[in-house]
Write a new protein. Sequence first.
Lengths: 314, 281
Amino acid sequence: MLESAATRDHYAKALIALGETNKDVVVLDADLSCSTRTAKFAAKFPDRFFNAGIAEQNLIGMAAGLACMGKTVFASSFSMFVTGRPWEQIRNSICYPRLNVKICATHAGITVGEDGASHQALEDITLMRVLPNMKVLVPADAIEAETMVKYVADQPGPYYVRMSRGATPLVFDVENFKFELGKNNVLREGLDVAIMACGIMVKLSLDAAEVLKKDHNINAAVVNVSSIKPMDEDNVCAMAKKTGAIVTAEEHTVVGGMGSAVAEVVIKTCPVPMEMLGVEGVFGESGKPNELLEKHNLTVDGIVNKALAVISRK
Amino acid sequence: MIDEIQLEKLQSVAGKIRKHIVEMTHAAKSGHPGGSMSMADIITHLYFKWMNIDPKQPKKEDRDIFVLCKGHAAPALYSAMAVRGFFPEEELKTLRQVGSRLQGHPDKNAIPGIEMSTGSLGQGLSASVGMSLALKLDKKPNRVYAVLGDGELQEGQVWEAAMSAAHYKCDNLCAFIDNNKLQIDGAIEDIMGIDPIADKFRAFGWEVFEIDGHCFQDIDDALVKADSIKGKPVAIVADTVKGKGVSFMEGQLCFHGAPCNDDQKVEACSELDKINGVCGC
């Protein structure tokens, strides 16, 4: 069994499986198909792959047109360029008409690394979740990514799936994993604090819970919030009630991201102290992914410190 | 060729559509009559002679697809659809009212027969290219007809779409450019010149025909020729007049984004009743 894998590689696996069973699946990219791995679909199904070239606005528009005619459309590029550049096209040509387009972005977050700030999407969750009709998903690992992509292919309407560049440790077991829209997975039970995480921060949160137990005798629950929109409001409220303190952890700006989405639920259902771990509203920079995660405290220690801070506010 | 009986019918329908445009924007006290009237003859030809469409089966498999890229000309589209029988003409007066299916700009999910939600300029041609790709992929004979504004050509996305249509040899796509030479802030050549339109599309790999956009015979000839073009998309650059059909509206910038007042409405309708169609040839 694999220990780590890249979400984008399993995205391609899912696309190829879908291509074999559903002739209406088409895939678009904007000159980054080798990096997003959609090139693997293109090699297998050349007629159903369309490269838009370096033209993301038209990428989204063509995706909309294909969806109008009954296709299930996957549109990919780096998160930065497929959510930021054509945001208004996504709003008006996909979300408003509720078209069947799945925007599957790779290279999200600061772990893009050396390419630096221009390529590090830290605002995409915010940008996508404010759009009516758009659903927003962030897989915690490659297993979840593959399952999620297969799931969204069967669902009508617009979806945004956020994936990473690098290989990350697996959280889930292939055998027994099932993705459910709008359902959080409680990966570890605990009564002192709930750590709610998405993407690469899920595995780090599990490790942080171990440290909290061992070094501080704190029982932390860990929840995978892969369905950011729709959000599992019942679970968020239940975790708030049960633990009385919440930490959110995301590789994304804390402004309007997953933590904000959790906070929107907490304040209206069961207000408890919260701490949000993420990038503090600044641009990234060039560097090795791990160095950048360290710099922004997106680490096991960073999560532990936030947990201690929130517990002290109880 | 268009015979005399057809010509008379098309002229009469175009007159009716123009009257609806004047009346519905007047009733709404807002909207874009000028650019709706400049494309009235084009949409009349498409909806009443050219396109394979059926108001009783708006989603039939082999229909031709119409995309109003210049979505602010929604009154022209709504009038053509209503007169053609897609929905009751009575409904036209609900334009821009709360709860109406006739949104200020077309909503794909509101009325069967509206193929794409548009209004944000520059996006319709990209969607048309996607539709063309889907039809080609499925080896279907349906054709896609788009109408763009000339001011809309200032949007960069139009040229991304133009590039892709030629690259993918979208010969089932035909785009009209409603070249009425005015945009909301003034004359196009003063705001941001876009000429030469035809040469630009040729340079992007399109077949281009230049016509009088108020001449049904010209429109007909261009569509017949467009059908025979293989391996590339077709642009029909239509020389038109903003506000065409009502003397005091023609070429007047003020009617781009504002309707007639009460007196103007009466006068406009009486002019349109008299001429019953305004084909220039």
